[in-house]
Design a protein around this ligand. Sequence first.
Ligand code: FAD
Length: 278
Amino acid sequence: MLPPIASRFVAGETAPVALEHARATNDRGVGVILNLLGEHYDEREPADEDTEAYCDLLDDLARTDLRACISVKPSQLGLDVGEAVFRENLARVVERADEHGEFVWIDMEDHTTTDATLDVFAEHARETDGAVGVCVQANLRRTRKDLERLSDLPGKVRLVKGAYDPPESVGYREKSRVNESYRDCLEYMFEAFDDGVAVGSHDPAMIALAEKLHDEHGTPYEVQMLMGVREDAQTELAGDCEVWQYAPYGSKWLSYFYRRVLERKENLAFALRAVVAG
Ligand code: FAD
């Protein structure tokens, strides 16, 4: 069972519990992006199992009126096994979502996967007329250019700072440079993406910039944050713009939980308090 200490960042171990979390989050005015935890499979079997689990989840979602969608990781659907496996499994998920009129986000993993991810996104974006979204990372030098290609496609794009550490040759390593790139990319997106911009960040400065750019250009936007991070701000912002919470669930929660705890001292303090309080 999911220990209380992890339940701040993880919606539960099973789909029914994750759907209950989605209901409670919707009640606060916040939409939910469900992610089944799992990544970097080097065999086909677990990638196929997770693909099936996402298809079942989409069937479950279709039986509800929840404001919820899903986000998948390329390596969870088999990219490390081979690009063909990833493509086949993603096609199954997107087809099922399309049957139900649901939306599928594709997360972005390390820089070696960017081309494969954007190529397959472009195909599904055209085929579904925009019922898919993809994440791009401001800490990659190529992203500003990638956005130009993406601006011609239907579908949504989520801009994040980037959770992976790219080598200097392809990425920015200094925080200030990543922030500068995030601002540049956001400015371009509000100018060029008529259908809307997804701001994947907890950073009050980036969210304030998005508000300003929205006032200037009128481009619609949504803010996306992780479950367990600035939850009060999520509810508060939902009064002003569309807000979505990325909520992971599933039995493979341990490494995700440690990542959240180790990335910021606030999260570590929370974890220690929970341990001390028993
Ligand atoms: P940071 O630079 O980490 O923080 C900036 C400011 O935000 C801080 O100074 C503080 O004011 C506030 N803040 C941040 N964290 C906290 C906290 N825990 N508590 C309180 N305040 C806080 N990365 C990928 O590489 N690929 C993906 O597909 C991907 N998908 C994502 C989806 C969503 C919805 C989100 C929110 C993030 C995703 N990420 C992804 C992670 C992302 O790349 C960043 O690593 C992560 O969001 C941290 O960056 P930040 O923009 O929040 O700003």
